[in-house]
Design a protein around this ligand. Structure first.
Ligand code: MRU
Length: 442
């Protein structure tokens, strides 16, 4: 992992073009914007473990793309298509070992392994398997962006219908479930440009061509205010891409935060409350940052203030993300989620989980089977999630689970890209039934 060159990437969490990957160092936000070069899967493993990139879907995508970069830049590979498939599978297993709780990482590895083995079965050479892998990893991002947008709109309409006072909705959220990356926009633009450049080079297009495109790619990426300017000259092909993205906060997707954004866009949100989310402070550093950047009326609270806020009648609904959802709806999410769910139930406030179906793990019948990552004591003993100065007494023992499990009985609904899963008078959700019923729906 090395420090990137900065440039015009502003607040894109993941900057990818074929053969190169940079990750915004989220440990440094909101005070510093720094991108780290990820050259290979070793760099990505460290970046995921150390929380340079975090959030369940984002780590899955960063991991997948890091391997795409590694194989794109392989000087040579001395082996058959089968060897290529073994090589890729081992790398994926290694990446999955970086953080255990978020299922998206292992889910994407399983799906990518399927692609690899299909490719290896028909490919004559290793390179075809690598190409199939790279393309599949790139498509993963696009799917993720699309599903996030759907979560936002399903969640917003469901909550507006459910809450009677649908113009003054106040939402409490936890951790950070914000936007993760417009990477493929660059890839698609490049594909189009390579083709146009080829035509231009062979005299089929007039010169120079200046194509300012405003919001053309919004339907693909969910990006707002994207401007791309391409300039070509007759005696060579010079391409200039300018993508003015509205900082981390404005791409208009994310899971729980996507629902908040959609409610705000509909004029239904009075205020969002975000918790600090100690010890890593994803709430005060990242969610607060995104909310401020988007001018969404928002208030930061200490984690320990949540019950008092609910008791004061200031929260109409709680929405959180998920790292792994068991088949019955039990949900693992950032530590402190369970506290919020218990408090919400006590105060009669609906509690929603917003997550793509890739966060569901149907192999687990309940949340008791979810492996919870325990992180370094340093995150509690020192400020800034372990990166700052020591504040706790030396010698004290520490228990630092990164996640907790909220039982399905405390959850009012699970907002997915295919709709909202609700309970039918039982304490648990029938997620497998929902998946079957909605299979094939876009
Ligand atoms: O430890 P983190 O920051 O990776 O934990 C993140 C969360 O718990 C999020 O709520 C969850 O991954 C959903 S992100 C869309």
């Amino acid at each position: 992992m090395s420090v990137g060159s900065g440039g015009d990437k502003t607040l894109e969490a993941i900057c990818y073009r074929r053969g190169s990957l940079q990750l915004l160092d989220q440990r440094k936000l909101p005070l510093e914007t720094l991108h780290l070069d990820i050259h290979d899967t070793n760099d990505a493993w460290d970046a995921i473990k150390e929380m340079v990139v975090r959030g369940a879907p984002a780590i899955a995508i960063a991991a997948a793309l890091s391997l795409a970069v590694e194989v794109s830049n392989l000087a040579s590979f001395d082996g058959t298509s089968h060897d290529a498939s073994v090589f890729l599978s081992k790398k994926l297993d290694f990446l999955v070992s970086s953080r255990p709780t978020a299922v998206n990482l292992s889910d994407s590895a399983v799906k990518l392994k399927e692609v690899i083995s299909k490719a290896a079965a028909i490919a004559k050479e290793a390179n075809s398997v690598f190409q199939a892998y790279i393309e599949a990893a790139e498509v993963m991002l696009e799917d993720d962006v699309t599903s996030n947008k759907a979560i936002g709109s399903y969640g917003a309409s469901f909550i507006k219908n459910y809450l009677t006072d649908s113009k003054n909705i106040t939402i409490l959220t936890h951790c950070n479930t914000g936007r993760y990356t417009p990477v493929l926009v660059f890839y698609f633009i490049c594909m189009v440009d390579w083709f146009l450049s080829y035509l231009a080079w062979h005299g089929f297009l007039p010169y120079p061509i200046i194509l300012p495109e405003i919001a053309k790619y919004n339907s693909v990426t969910g990006l707002t205010r994207t401007i791309v300017i391409r300039i070509r000259y007759p005696d060579g092909v010079i391409l200039i891409f300018l993508a003015f993205l509205n900082s981390l906060a404005t791409a208009g997707y994310g899971t729980a935060l996507g629902v908040i954004r959609a409610l705000y866009a509909d004029g239904a949100l009075e205020r969002a409350y975000c918790t600090e989310t100690r010890p890593f402070n994803q709430g005060s550093r990242l969610t607060a940052f995104e909310l401020v950047h988007e001018n969404i009326p928002a208030t930061l609270i200490a984690d320990s203030a949540a019950a008092a806020l609910m008791n004061a009648g200031r929260v109409k609904a709680v929405i959180v993300g998920a790292d792994r959802i068991a088949a019955n709806g039990d949900t693992a999410n950032k530590i402190g989620t369970y506290n919020l769910a218990v408090s919400a139930m006590h105060h009669g406030i609906p509690f929603y989980v917003a997550a793509p179906l890739t966060s569901v793990d149907l192999s687990l019948s309940s949340g008791q089977e979810i492996v919870i990552e325990e992180r370094s004591p340093k995150e509690l003993l020192h400020t800034r999630g372990g990166l700052g100065e020591q504040v706790a007494a030396s010698g004290i023992l520490v228990w630092n689970p990164a996640f907790d499990v909220t039982q399905a009985k405390l959850i009012s609904g699970i907002i997915t890209e295919k709709g909202v899963i609700t309970k039918n008078g039982t304490d648990t959700f029938d997620i497998a039934g929902f998946v079957r019923k909605t299979a094939g729906n876009l």
